[in-house]
Design a protein around this ligand. Structure first.
Ligand SMILES: NC(=O)c1ccc[n+]([C@@H]2O[C@H](COP(=O)([O-])OP(=O)(O)OC[C@H]3O[C@@H](n4cnc5c(N)ncnc54)[C@H](OP(=O)(O)O)[C@@H]3O)[C@@H](O)[C@H]2O)c1
Length: 157
């Protein structure tokens, strides 16, 4: 959903000559997204990456370094979560949510640092859930609060 809004905005900006790398785990979805961007006049490459697998992030950034040599804007969008009330939260639910929303974001950002140009932008997908209570969404909310904490500290690093 967020990607569709981003694509609309990029199209409005006439892509600004950017080459967009899109990542995700589903090849069919990646192919469809790349085709949409190309049909709109943009330049795009889809790379199958699970952002919680650090070796796959290394391979992604090595490919971008080889092909582009630089990185101007990172949108760490990958994330999400499901709903469980306190009392029924499982270890799998916790690990899946924190891996995707916290571990994945941390290493997606940390590993791109050597490629960032002067004045580059790093955008983190957070959520109002990170600062407001939502029933059955405590683990997701805590993970997004962690992302807010990352942003506050990383600007000091
Ligand atoms: N929708 C909302 O109302 C809302 C509100 C606030 C914040 N957000 C946040 O905005 C971001 C996007 O949300 P959305 O609503 O657009 O969700 P979405 O449609 O489910 O998109 C999530 C994207 O993240 C990718 N992804 C998930 N886990 C991944 C992983 N381990 N490695 C690589 N890619 C992964 C998914 O691709 P694959 O499944 O192919 O990997 C998918 O393209 C999330 O961080 C979400 O928490 C959403």
């Amino acid at each position: 959903m967020i990607f569709k809004l981003l694509k609309l905005r990029l199209t409005q900006l006439r892509w600004n000559r950017a080459h967009v790398y899109i990542t995700g785990r589903r090849q069919a979805e990646l192919d469809a997204a790349v085709n949409e961007i190309r049909e709109a006049g943009g330049k795009a490459t889809g790379v199958r990456v699970d952002s919680i697998r650090l070796g796959e992030l290394d391979a992604l950034y090595a490919q971008i370094k080889e092909e582009q040599g630089r990185f101007d804007v990172l949108f760490a969008n990958a994330g999400g979560g499901s709903m469980l009330h306190l009392g029924s939260i499982t270890e799998e639910h916790f690990d899946d949510t924190f891996n995707r929303n916290v571990k994945g974001v941390l290493f997606t950002v940390q590993k791109v640092l050597p490629l960032l140009t002067e004045g580059a932008s790093v955008i983190l997908a957070c959520s109002t859930a990170g600062s407001a209570g939502t029933a059955a969404f405590s683990v997701y909310s805590a993970s997004k609060a962690a992302v807010r904490a990352f942003a506050r500290s990383w600007i000091l690093d």
